[in-house]
Design a protein around this ligand. Structure first.
Ligand SMILES: [Zn+2]
Length: 398
């Protein structure tokens, strides 16, 4: 299996180079739009499309041979994606160009990229940090995408292929419960508290509401200044959230790797409905809808593959209501869980005396851990009903 990581690198073009990039982006987008409008709408085959439009496209837009091929490939890919969604292809904005090995080069000694633009190849300096250098130093990338961001800066997203280690055979599992009060709680008792983050996000939300009010009601100069401030603040929360999610997922994977365990998290489909169950006012809805659990899972997934840690998705039904010691339904009130199994009850064919009580998220994480371990166990799953006790009971009744 190959893993493809995308390394995003900021470009530092000279003014002249920036103009050339701008022209190339426009020509590429125009070519895509032209190809899309001139070829039959159903056509998604690259080779057929190439025989139809290649020469005309080159002469009309001045693109190099490979850039023309890339434009054709882009149109085909977009048409296929649109077909799946049952839509037709919208326009092409002059914001990105795809590059392959023949029109893109990376110099890891001087940290510059060579990109074929409209009139020949340009060597453009990159402005990157140690993280990107580490990822790129050994790599021999064969594809990349040149993009222009909303703020006007240019980036090159380089695709780096690597062969991740084979997932190890594991018997134990780190259970992780995702939630709102604790963003993540592990079966080892560690948790990443969400309270501080929630306070900060509340503050930001209030600030945004005030700014929005001023942006519509204030005087002309106030409105202008507010718009500038909104521009500056936009994206800050998104970056903050991504940073936290990167930190949490990195720590979880590191811990599992060190112990030689797998990681089990709940299948996230429907987490929104579940965390939304109780409180329904506007503030609460915003709070429960705004944490990016989906992003956290994506980060976990790729970091797990990279380190060879198996990631197990489990069905979260009843994991927060079941006692992890005796596997019977208990009582959950907010963050507290209490096992209400009667003393001397029967569980898994054995007489048990439980009454466990403690942190509800920890209890759920323990359940995840046991379910995850049972899935990955080389000898087959062991979490099943043992019927011996019942058989004995039945035998004694007959
Ligand atoms: Zn119990």
């Amino acid at each position: 299996m190959k893993q493809v990581l995308t390394v995003s690198c900021k470009l530092n073009p000279s003014t002249e180079q920036a103009l050339k990039i701008g022209a190339a982006l426009k020509a590429f987008a125009d070519a895509c739009t032209w190809i899309n409008t001139t070829t039959p709408e159903q056509l998604t085959n690259k080779t057929t499309m190439q025989t139809l439009v290649y020469y005309d496209c080159r002469t009309l837009f001045g693109l190099s041979a490979n850039l023309t091929v890339r434009a054709i490939a882009r149109v085909c890919a977009n048409r296929k994606a649109a077909k799946v969604k049952g839509r037709s292809v919208k326009g092409f904005a002059p914001t990105s160009i795809d590059y392959d090995a023949k029109i893109f080069g990376l110099n890891t000694k001087k940290w510059i990229v060579g990109l074929t633009l409209l009139d020949g190849r340009e060597q453009i300096a990159m402005s990157i940090g140690n993280y990107q250098r580490h990822l790129l130093s050994e790599a021999k990338p064969t594809s990349a995408t040149l993009t222009k961001r909303k703020d006007g800066t240019y980036h090159i997203n380089i695709q780096v292929k690597s062969t991740p280690p084979q997932p190890e055979e594991v018997t134990e599992c780190l259970g992780v419960d995702l939630g709102r009060t604790d963003i993540a709680h592990t079966s080892q008792g560690e948790f990443y508290c969400g309270q501080q983050l929630a306070d900060l996000r509340d503050k930001r939300s209030k600030q945004r509401a005030q700014l929005q009010h001023k942006a519509t009601k204030g005087t002309r100069s106030t409105r202008r200044r507010v718009r500038q401030l909104q521009q500056r603040l936009s994206g800050r929360e998104r970056r903050f959230q991504a940073n936290i999610n990167h930190t949490i997922s990195h720590r979880l994977v590191k811990q599992a790797k060190a112990k030689g365990w797998s990681i089990a998290i709940e299948d996230l489909a429907g987490i929104r409905e579940r965390t939304n169950k109780q409180p329904r006012n506007k503030t609460e809805r915003r709070r429960s809808n705004s944490w990016a659990f989906f992003q956290l899972r994506q980060f976990l997934a790729y970091k797990c593959v990279r380190s060879g840690v198996p990631l197990v998705l489990i069905n979260p039904a009843y994991t927060s209501q079941t006692c992890h010691c005796c596997h019977r339904i208990g009582e959950r009130q907010g963050k507290q869980f209490k096992c209400v199994a009667p003393p001397g009850g029967l569980a898994a064919g054995r007489l048990v005396d439980c009454g466990w009580h403690g942190d509800a998220d920890f209890n759920a994480a323990m359940n995840h851990s046991q379910l995850g371990a049972s899935v990955m166990c080389p000898r087959g799953p062991w979490m099943a009903c043992h019927l011996e006790g019942f058989r004995k009971l039945l035998a004694s009744c007959q």
